[in-house]
Design a protein around this ligand. Sequence first.
Ligand SMILES: [Zn+2]
Length: 428
Amino acid sequence: MLLTIFPPVNAPTLTTLFAAALVASLLIKFWLATRQMRFVTRCRDAVPAAFAGTVPLQAHQRAADYTVTKGRYGLLSTAFGAAVLLAWTLLGGLDALNLIVRDAVQPALGTMAYQLVLLLAFSLIGALLDLPWDLYNTFRIEQRFGFNRTSWKLYVSDALKGLLVGALIGLPIAALMLWLMGAAGSLWWLWAWCAWMLFNLAILVLYPTVIAPLFNKFEPLADEALKLRVQALMTRCGFAAKGLFVMDGSRRSAHGNAYFTGLGSAKRVVFFDTLLERLNAGEVEAVLAHELGHFKYKHVLKRMGALFALSLVAFALLGWLSQQAGFFAGMGVQPNMRAPNDALALLLFLMTVPVFGFFFTPLNAMLSRRHEFEADAYACAKTSGHDLASALLKLHEDNAGTLTPDPWYARFYYSHPPASERLAALKT
Ligand SMILES: [Zn+2]
């Protein structure tokens, strides 16, 4: 195969590379986060001149406090995440878990059960480690700034439903992947990639119709005047949708949103009730026109195409790495002698790739920002730029987004251009 042209993986080299990438990414994350917090704090006492008439000082300061609070939380959770990653890999956590699960499950239930239990145990431990962070974020930070509307009861029922849906979807696809890895020969990764693509397309159809209704109520848009406006806009832009829905986003959070989702004829427009509460009909129309712009300029197709191409590369890489003893040893795991290593390879791969992928964040963010400008321009052409500008400003204020991000931080992370740049572009 083409992949045999690479030299075998050298374990110590991989360990060094991984550790270096992890340290470098942490340094960048910490540097950017502290820059952002300092910059926002420095700008806290005055609304930027461009927004002086439209944004009250109180809202500006609330946004600054929210940004700094989230920033501190982000620093701590990043440090914790890195410690967990090191514990799983170089410090031998996954190796230990593997030995326990293998000896307990494989003799009685066979190799497939052993591998599935290993994946399941890893995911459950990961979810438990994340839980306190999520609780703190939801019931402390979001609560303090008035965004949280989730009750404890709803939180627990969401978590249980999420686990159930995750297991119902995740276990069969994991079993299929493991089976292909073991049974489909040296080109298994190509078959696995095909299966993965089909799975993603199926989720695209199933998510809006089957999965999302498990968590939220979707009701047909009742406001007749708004309905007519939205339908006229869709016709003007050459779109057909299966339906216009209002989702009870307010059950969990005050953050507002709208989306256009699905494949082919299954497309539907979904408005969060929190969005409809805050925006007038013209502003809602402008926000939807922006979403339609993403479809018109084929941003969604391009993103999916890029994702499929990248996942092919990832599967090929996994196909190669899973055959390399140096890959396992370099990441802190002794490969099994009398059992398949496929589940181990999957887990190590899923932990390693994001560490190296982090360095592509600014590239991804830059492309995304370009798409946002294009969608804004489309919305301007099809509706009113004035409405879009006032909608953006309201949503920004409601979400306590800062108007004064650190330029470096924004360049690196922001998938949407800073409000000042977006509004300036709308004015021209
Ligand atoms: Zn957008």
